[in-house]
Write a protein that binds this ligand. Structure first.
Ligand SMILES: C[S@@+](CC[C@H](N)C(=O)[O-])C[C@H]1O[C@@H](n2cnc3c(N)ncnc32)[C@H](O)[C@@H]1O
Length: 208
């Protein structure tokens, strides 16, 4: 792999009022969705949005990204893509569960945020075999990465290599396949930001 980890010290200051208001409403909608779907696990688990916001803000303030094109892989309610839009990234999100795409669109629209959400898979057609292999080798109880859905890039009118910064929240056991998928198709210099269950973020740059 040609990924290099980039140090990203987070300064956890107060949230801007607009961001705090947005996150309060996002938390309300996410909680309602999770409660209503408690019996029907579909792979959606929310990251810690305050931590991810501080990470995005650090990337923006340090001008670490080569450009402003941002994509959230497996965006759920699209909260991270919407936070990226608040930081002036040109943001989109890809999600395989239709009702989550609807929820993401509604939330962004209610806060006047210019984010595009697309229904489909972030795994490009040419990488499905790699994703399936990882899924068959994963020994964890849950595997959220859906491998049998059509990819969303045609609908988005963009390819993975067009993005300067991609965010994903892989489940335990899926970190490596997410890094491999990124490495295989991202542009040189592009960044991958990941969140893990222990409230930690990692930032990687594709260096060659
Ligand atoms: C762990 S959740 C993270 C949600 C969101 N990014 C966040 O941080 O709150 C992973 C999401 O990825 C979606 N997903 C899984 N495989 C996918 C795929 N191949 N393409 C698009 N979305 C996918 C799931 O439906 C789920 O909503």
């Amino acid at each position: 792999m040609s990924l290099t980890e980039v140090e990203l010290p987070l300064v956890r200051g107060d949230l801007p009022e607009r961001v705090a208001e947005f996150l309060a409403e996002a938390d309300r909608r996410v909680d309602a969705y999770v409660q209503a779907n408690a019996e029907r696990f579909n792979g959606f688990v929310a990251s810690d949005y305050v931590t991810v916001y501080h990470a995005l803000r650090a990337i923006e303030q340090r001008q670490l990204a080569a450009g402003s094109a941002f994509c959230e892989w497996g965006c759920g309610f699209g909260v991270v893509a919407s936070l990226a839009a608040m930081l002036d990234f040109n943001a989109c999100g890809i999600e395989v569960v239709g009702e989550l795409v609807d929820g993401a669109r509604q939330l962004a629209e209610d806060f006047d945020l210019p984010v595009e959400f697309v229904h489909g898979s972030f795994v490009p057609r040419c990488e499905v075999a790699r994703a399936e292999q990882a899924s068959s080798e994963n020994s964890q109880d849950h595997f959220w990465l859906v491998t049998d859905a059509d990819d969303a890039y045609d609908r988005l009118g963009a390819e993975q290599e067009d993005f300067d910064l991609i965010f994903a929240y892989p489940w335990p056991g899926e970190e490596v396949v997410i890094e491999e998928l990124f490495d295989a198709n991202a542009a040189r210099g592009a960044l991958l930001l990941t969140y893990d269950q222990f409230d930690v973020v990692h930032l990687y740059r594709k260096t060659s």
